[in-house]
Design a protein around this ligand. Structure first.
Ligand SMILES: Nc1ncnc2c1ncn2[C@@H]1O[C@H](COP(=O)(O)OP(=O)(O)OP(=O)(O)O)[C@@H](O)[C@H]1O
Ligand SMILES: [Mg+2]
Length: 346
């Protein structure tokens, strides 16, 4: 439903001043999906999201919403389409001299909607975000989390199909972040609104996104369902983002044990990843029963991604080379991912 087709954005003119912020972005966000774009500072995230509602005009490429290319629309038709796209910002962008009610009402006042309709709609929106008792307060009297709730209510005033979020929780503490993310999930679940969010925080991606794209140097280097990127990141940058929330590095004390025991026994250290149903299977005990190997769990954790259990274990295998190989093959056949530690940076 939202498709970005080969979007390029070049800032500035002349050889020395040109900045190529986006270099051919292709994305497809389905209706009702929460799609995250993650990247480091300067990667082009804000430029990307601002190109979706044409706050920045792409230098080339198409922005298709339900098949209509916004870039090609004349100004009046573009204004109509833009009402279907709401946006929230890291710094909330509220008018300090207006009340919460007036802030949320602003998009409707600009459309000259009847007073009664505005009263009803703003009351409904403020109730939805849990701030109906703050209508007559000013932004300066609210906490950061409450200000972002006002930002969300304002973005919903024109009944958008798509909500764009530019680092919407980056100015908030972890607990407040969680409650704002819960509200965004409610926006999707109850109103069916498609959400495109950009962030540098991988916990935001883990907590609410269905799909994620990793942007680096103006290009998408990897994308897919959140569970896939978390369990099998392919690029170094995706791996480093995943590590910020799934700390699966080998603890130093464990590393010492590994080093000591490797002097005395033939062994191998493997990382075993389980997702979904395979998390519940007694795979390790079955492996030890079927093959002449000793298994020693050195480190591990089980977490949940998108409601799917995900286990990550570091296991030492001891035994003859041929038994170890058979055991590894067996684990692989039972839908777990197994990799020798040291292989491709794990
Ligand atoms: N108006 C502008 N004029 C010239 N260059 C710009 C402009 N806006 C952004 N850039 C450049 O484009 C590149 C991408 O910037 P952008 O703001 O999209 O990054 P970002 O991923 O949002 O970073 P951050 O996480 O710091 O917000 C950077 O090199 C930046 O300096
Ligand atoms: Mg930015």
């Amino acid at each position: 439903m939202l498709v970005l087709d080969d979007i390029h954005k070049v800032y500035g003119k002349g050889k020395d001043k040109k900045v190529e912020a986006l270099k051919g972005i292709n994305l497809r966000v389905e209706k009702g999906e929460i799609f995250g774009v993650v990247g480091y500072s300067g990667a082009g995230k804000s430029t990307l999201i601002r190109c979706v509602n044409l706050l920045e005009r792409p230098t080339s490429g198409k922005v298709l919403i339900n098949g209509v290319d916004l870039v090609a629309l004349p100004p009046k038709a573009l204004r109509q389409q833009r009402k279907k796209i709401g946006m929230i910002f890291q710094q909330f962008n509220l008018l300090q001299s207006k009340t919460i009610f007036q802030n949320v009402a602003m998009p409707l006042i600009l459309e000259h909607r009847p007073k009664q309709e505005i009263q009803a709609k703003v009351t409904e929106l403020l109730t939805f975000v849990g701030l109906e008792d703050r209508m007559n307060h000013y932004p300066g009297q609210l906490s950061g989390g409450q200000k972002q709730r006002v930002g969300i209510a304002r973005a919903l005033a024109t009944d958008p199909d798509i909500l764009l979020c530019d680092e919407a929780t980056s100015a908030l503490d972890p607990n407040t972040t969680e409650s704002v993310l819960d509200l965004l999930r409610k926006v999707r679940d109850e109103l069916g609104i498609t959400i495109l969010m950009i962030t540098h925080e991988m916990n935001v991606i883990r907590d609410i996104c269905d799909k994620v794209a990793v942007i680096e140097g103006g290009k998408i280097v990897e994308q897919g369902p959140v569970i896939d990127i978390f369990t099998e990141p392919k690029t170094q940058i995706a791996r480093s983002f995943v590590k910020t929330v799934l700390n699966d590095a080998i603890p130093r004390s464990v590393q010492r044990l590994i080093d000591e025991s490797s002097r005395n026994h033939p062994h191998g250290i493997y990382r075993i990843l389980f997702k979904g149903a395979s998390t519940n299977m007694p795979l390790l005990s079955n492996t030890a029963k079927h093959f002449d190997v000793d298994l020693n769990v050195l480190h591990g954790m089980v977490t949940e991604l998108q409601g799917i259990p995900f286990g990550n274990l570091l296991v030492e295998f001891k035994g003859s080379q041929s038994e170890m190989e058979k055991a590894i093959q067996y684990i692989r056949e039972n839908n777990a991912i197994i990799k020798e530690v040291g292989e491709d940076g794990i």
